[in-house]
Design a protein around this ligand. Structure first.
Ligand code: BGC
Length: 733
């Protein structure tokens, strides 16, 4: 391309972007183009290349303009040092963009995302992301590989821990909150992070729940279930997406023109950039759709992956392909333009370095720790509470036997992706209870067994402790490494001999409170009847033990509701609330209906389920209008009363069903939720306003539509029960 022609293209580009774009964006486009035209092809490819860590070889490559981004470089001083090489020693001085997996906190570690989702509190989730961004940015990080917005309907998949669970509506609301939290009002604020929604797309649908495994989903399911949280993130302004490892129906996600070019960059008009997952472009060779790394690189780039993470597939060897006309330079320019755009938006050209003194005052700030505690409390889900054994009756209980491999474990609370989280910051359940109960109640702590393995040598001591105590609290579950990436499980029972220990302790006939710590729904059928109460505490971050102690003692009334179905057995998986009806829905009186001969079809705990120390009563569902057009809002309310003895928070959920459509529809779909606080005896009218346009689906021609017909709305405290009423959608004409 000759410079004069380039100039004209620039001008045309500027003119097109001027319409409808803020001045700052227009200025950025001008700067991006000015810079792009000074760049050699090798420098452009350099911007599209990302490596992990630093070493002398990478430093030299940065000097030569061959690396545009790094990940996993830790500490403000080191990040500034490496940035200086890019800014002061490379020909064009283009700053690096430095990324890190800041998933649920940087040093102040919050609950894992699946736990935080159980709070249904998008305000607090946003605040936690904002804090994570502040701390990480103060350490010289510009970009986080979060939020993970993959829908997961399979608890075997270890990465279910990293997302919001199984529902696209809730997942979208949480995705939005996280993006806004990380990115803040203005990306140029040095204490914000560029966010990255991952893993685009379908990664959570891995066959058998085995990480990285094959995915085959229909376009309709893709559009209705897996894509919405990504769309929500894009609408919230997310700057980057990460292309996933998996294939979808024969085409790997990192070479998928349909999902990347057609949907993301076409239909949604996404103007940020796409980074591959770790070597997911290189793995196109292993998938068997590319002969070598260069061919893989061409496929990735053509599909729309703008930056290659650790794949070494976007190389200067591409220059020859451009010269011979096999690869168009326009494709490269488009990718580089997107990357530079984000670097300008982040303000990296104006302030490439971070003030090294900020981290000291920000990291583990008192307010950050308080938010970690607030979110930890809200993330806890009370699954069972027979005879109101909880909260612990402080007047009557003189001694507690605290048993279990996780009761005093400082690593599990940090969960998967602990980032810069440190064990020394963690409060365990043992510590939390001791702090709270002081000398009033005797706590007899013994581990009893390990998380994994079959060592039973601690059983006797644990049984003895149980016998001498008034009540038993058992803290059991999964260690941090048992969920997250590459941590799929085929068996979802409590690992090792933990269930056996529960059974042994149950023989003492002492009431047992089971506190679970896990990164996924686990199967509890083998022990559920042996314990009086179950407190789902996940991996709650640095204030884990305080939050659990607050719930056990009743200083905090639990309000969390699970966002992924708890199956009775692995054989029921995949199991999720928004399933289809089938032609033969399960019927106990009909053998030839959809069911199991050896298990109920229903889950142990459905989506949206969770108990409180108080009780809520729903009455009087009514709609303002029950004949609506697609451009109306459904305005529907219920009366909610706290009929228990103490204040509590209820997460009120609204589901709809489109009863008859041109394609089959789920039996229920979440379309609204509210966290409502009520004093004992207090009642409130809880009103929802749901745009009818949001009740649609993709029709036979894959066009989004709201079809006239009969609908049902249900409002209640979980996905299984609630008050219902019917309404009609009529066409606009
Ligand atoms: C994971 C991503 C992560 C990346 C960088 C990959 O293995 O799948 O989620 O962001 O590594 O650490």
């Amino acid at each position: 391309m000759k410079p004069t022609f380039k100039f004209l293209v620039t001008l045309a580009f500027i003119i097109t972007v001027v319409f409808g774009q803020p001045l700052r964006d227009v200025e950025i486009e001008v700067k991006v183009n000015e810079l792009l035209y000074q760049m050699t092809l090798a420098e452009k490819i350099g911007q599209m290349t990302q490596f992990s860590g630093t070493n002398k070889q990478y430093e030299q490559m940065i000097r030569e303009g061959k690396i545009g981004s790094l990940l996993n470089v830790i500490g403000a001083e080191e990040n500034n040092r490496i940035q200086k090489i890019a800014v002061e020693e490379s020909r064009l001085g283009i700053p690096l963009i430095i990324g890190l997996d800041v998933i649920h906190g940087y040093r102040t570690i919050f609950p894992i995302p699946l736990a935080a989702a159980a709070s249904w509190d998008t305000v607090l989730i946003r605040k936690a992301a904002e804090i994570a961004a502040k701390e990480a940015a103060s350490a010289g990080i510009h970009w986080t590989f979060a939020p993970m917005v993959d829908i997961a309907r399979d608890a075997r998949w270890g990465r279910i821990a990293e997302g919001a669970g199984e529902d696209p509506f809730l997942g979208s609301a949480i995705a939005r909150a996280q993006v806004l939290g990380f990115q803040g009002e203005d990306l140029a604020d040095p204490l914000t992070l560029l966010a990255c929604s991952k893993h685009y797309v379908g990664y959570g649908a891995a066959e058998g729940g085995r990480d990285y495994n094959t995915v085959d989903i229909s376009e309709r399911t893709l559009r209705e279930i897996y894509l919405p949280p990504f769309k929500a993130a894009v609408d919230a302004g997310v700057g980057t997406l990460m292309s996933a490892f998996n294939e979808i129906g024969g085409v790997p996600a990192s070479a998928n023109q349909f999902t990347l070019r057609k949907i993301l960059k076409g239909e949604w008009g996404f103007d940020g950039f796409v980074v591959s997952d770790w070597n997911s472009i290189g793995e196109l060779v292993v998938h068997g759709i590319a002969k070598n790394q260069l061919e893989a690189g061409v496929k990735g780039l053509t599909a729309g992956v703008d930056m290659d993470m650790e794949g070494r597939c976007y190389t200067t060897a591409m220059e020859a392909l451009v010269a011979e006309g096999t690869l168009s330079e326009e494709l490269i320019d488009d990718a580089v333009r997107r990357i530079l755009r984000m670097k300008f938006k982040l303000g990296l050209f104006e302030h490439p370095y971070i003030d090294e003194s900020i981290q000291k005052e920000l990291i583990l700030h008192r307010e950050h720790i308080q938010t970690a505690l607030d979110l930890a409390r809200e993330s806890i889900v009370l699954l069972k509470n027979e005879n109101d054994v909880l909260p612990l009756n402080r007047g009557k209980i003189n001694s507690i036997a605290l048993i279990g491999p996780l009761a005093d474990d400082k690593d599990a609370p940090l969960g998967t992706w602990k980032c810069e989280g440190k064990q020394k910051d963690v409060v365990t359940v043992y510590e939390g209870l001791k702090n709270k109960l002081g000398g009033d109640v005797k706590i007899i702590y013994t581990k009893g067994c390990d998380v994994k393995g079959n060592n039973r040598s601690g059983f006797n001591k644990a049984i003895k402790a149980a016998r001498t105590a008034d009540i038993v609290v058992m803290v059991m579950g999964e260690s941090a490494d048992m969920s997250g990436e590459a941590a799929s499980r085929a068996d979802l029972n409590l690992p090792g001999v933990q269930a056996e220990l529960i059974n042994a302790i149950a023989e003492t006939n002492k009431p047992i409170v089971l506190v679970l710590m896990n990164g996924r729904p686990i199967t509890l059928s083998n022990i559920e009847s042996k314990v009086s109460a179950i407190v789902e505490a996940w991996h709650l971050g640095i204030r884990h033990g305080n939050a659990v102690a607050d719930v056990l003692t009743g200083d905090y009334n639990p309000s969390g509701k699970v966002t992924a179905t708890f199956p009775r057995s692995v054989g029921q998986i995949p199991i999720y609330y928004n399933h289809k009806n089938t032609g033969r829905p399960g019927d106990p009186d009909n053998k030839f209906s959809s069911k199991y001969i050896d298990s109920p079809s229903s889950p142990l705990y459905p989506f949206g389920y969770g108990l409180s120390y108080t009780k809520f009563k729903y009455t009087g569902i009514k709609a303002e209008n029950n004949r609506l057009t697609p451009s109306d809002d459904l305005i529907v309310s219920v009366n909610l009363k706290n009929v228990g003895q103490r204040e509590g928070v209820e997460i009120v959920q609204l589901y709809i069903q489109d009863i008859t459509g041109s394609v089959t529809r789920p039996v229920k779909e979440l379309k609204g939720f509210q966290r409502v606080t009520l004093e004992a005896g207090e009642q409130k009218t809880v009103q929802f306003r749901v745009p009818v346009w949001e009740l649609g689906f993709y029709d036979l021609d894959m066009k989004y539509t709201v079809e006239p017909g009969d609908f049902r709305v249900m409002i209640g405290g979980n996905s299984f029960e609630g008050l219902t009423m019917d309404f009609k959608v009529v066409s606009l004409k």
